[in-house]
Ligand binder design. Structure first.
Ligand code: NAD
Length: 380
């Protein structure tokens, strides 16, 4: 018997519903694919609102340690604590575990309504840098002594004269490093080669932010040439770049030109959600946060806790489920992953889905979360 322990965070709001659906479908697919010798031992670890009520902390150290110990995990959506302390539980996990890639594959399933004419041409994998950029959280509120002190440093030490309204300005710092860029672009290039994908596009705003985003582009090209020069010269891998605003336009007009995307934190945030919308929205888009050096990977639903629909048996579990499928692929259990892709394709093709998707389908049949989960298990 080959069993694998997977720590999981149930999540807040709709979290318990999507987590239960994900585990049921994955268990059934693993049983079907391997007929018994393989099994996942799910191990719940506390986080979020329920952890706060029980342990007085939103993210107990034992939870972070469990992810470290087992080298992988999966999480449902978590509420964002209001007030001081941790700003965002997701950002906390990414930073504490140095999960430097936010991986977001974006593909379309036949039958799912899309706002674009040819969603079948959208097939991209976004590598978003997770630890740097304006998301580093280095900022000072307008009117505070810290903001004034920072402005004083800019003015007196750095000779900066371009702050338009210094008295009422807030300030943020955008660190972008060569190391941070290189490990992200390296992971994107390796992924492209391992998965037979033709190109990596560096998406940046280097025309305006010349040293940060421009640095990303320059270091990215240099790294690719240095470490993947053979693949580039033999034509197996194309490295190109695109300015982010043009990229957002191009992926609507000619998405087939893009395959693997490597980009900075803020661009990646926008790009991932926009691409997700092209294939059916956040209810169906999976994600993962990965450190490709240590191998540590946490898979996650990309939507929030959806408090407006929590407990109503209507949430779409596909984002969390497809994150679980990414986990299966990560550990090499591709047969089980394939069964779930097939079941989803068949379900959507016959119009069976949760309300968010089914009500947009011409002959859609609305199913509750549990009914849809049972339906998928039946299709495995
Ligand atoms: P949200 O994603 O929870 O909800 C936005 C809208 O989309 C809502 O109308 C919701 O009903 C709908 N929706 C979301 N997921 C759905 C699904 N799977 N099926 C059907 N409908 C779905 O975003 P929000 O309302 O801005 O945030 C709520 C809370 O979640 C906040 O505390 C926020 O900070 C947190 N959040 C967490 C994560 C995460 O843990 N990864 C991500 C985003 C937001």
């Amino acid at each position: 018997m080959e069993s694998l322990t997977v720590p999981y965070i149930k999540g807040d709001g709709v979290g318990p519903e999507v987590t239960s659906a994900m585990m049921r479908v994955i268990d059934a697919a693993v049983a079907k694919a391997y007929g018994g010798p393989r099994r996942i031992d799910w191990m719940e670890v506390p986080a979020g609102g329920s952890a706060y009520e029980k342990y007085g902390t939103y993210m107990p150290d034992s939870t972070v340690d469990a992810f470290r110990q087992y080298g992988l995990g999966i999480k449902g959506p978590l509420m964002t604590p209001v007030g001081g302390g941790i700003r965002s539980l997701n950002v906390y996990l990414r930073q504490t575990l140095d999960l430097y890639v936010c991986l977001r594959p974006v593909r379309w399933f036949k039958g799912v309504e899309s706002p674009v004419k040819h969603p079948e041409n959208v097939d991209m994998v976004v590598f978003r840098e997770n630890t740097e950029d304006i998301y580093a959280g280095i900022e000072w509120e307008a009117g505070t002594p810290e903001a004034q002190k920072f402005y004083g440093f800019l003015r007196d030490e750095m000779g900066v004269t371009k702050v338009r309204f210094p008295e009422t300005s807030a300030f943020g710092v955008k660190p972008v490093s060569r190391e941070g860029t290189e490990r992200l672009v390296r992971a994107a290039c390796r992924y492209a080669l391992d998965h037979g994908r033709p190109s990596v596009t560096l998406v940046h705003k280097g025309n305006i932010m010349k040293f940060t985003e421009g640095g990303f582009k320059k270091w990215g090209y240099e790294l690719a040439q240095r470490e993947f020069g053979d693949a580039i010269s033999s034509g197996r891998l194309v490295i190109k770049d695109c300015i982010c605003d043009a990229f957002l336009q191009n992926v609507l007009l000619k998405p087939e030109d893009y395959s693997v995307i490597a980009t900075l934190n803020l661009n990646g945030d926008y790009v991932s959600d926009m691409l997700a919308a092209q294939v059916g929205g956040i209810g169906i888009s999976p994600g993962a946060n990965i450190n490709y050096d240590s191998g540590l990977a946490i898979f996650e639903a990309t939507h929030g806790t959806a408090p407006d629909i929590a407990g109503k048996d209507i949430v779409n579990p596909c984002s969390n489920l497809l994150s679980g499928v990414m986990l299966l692929e990560h550990i090499g259990w591709d047969e089980a992953a394939g069964l779930i892709y097939d079941a989803l394709e068949r379900s959507f093709a016959e119009g069976c889905a949760t309300a968010d998707l089914a009500r947009l389908m011409p002959d859609g049949r609305v199913m509750g979360t549990r009914e849809f989960t049972n339906h998928l298990i039946g299709l495995l």
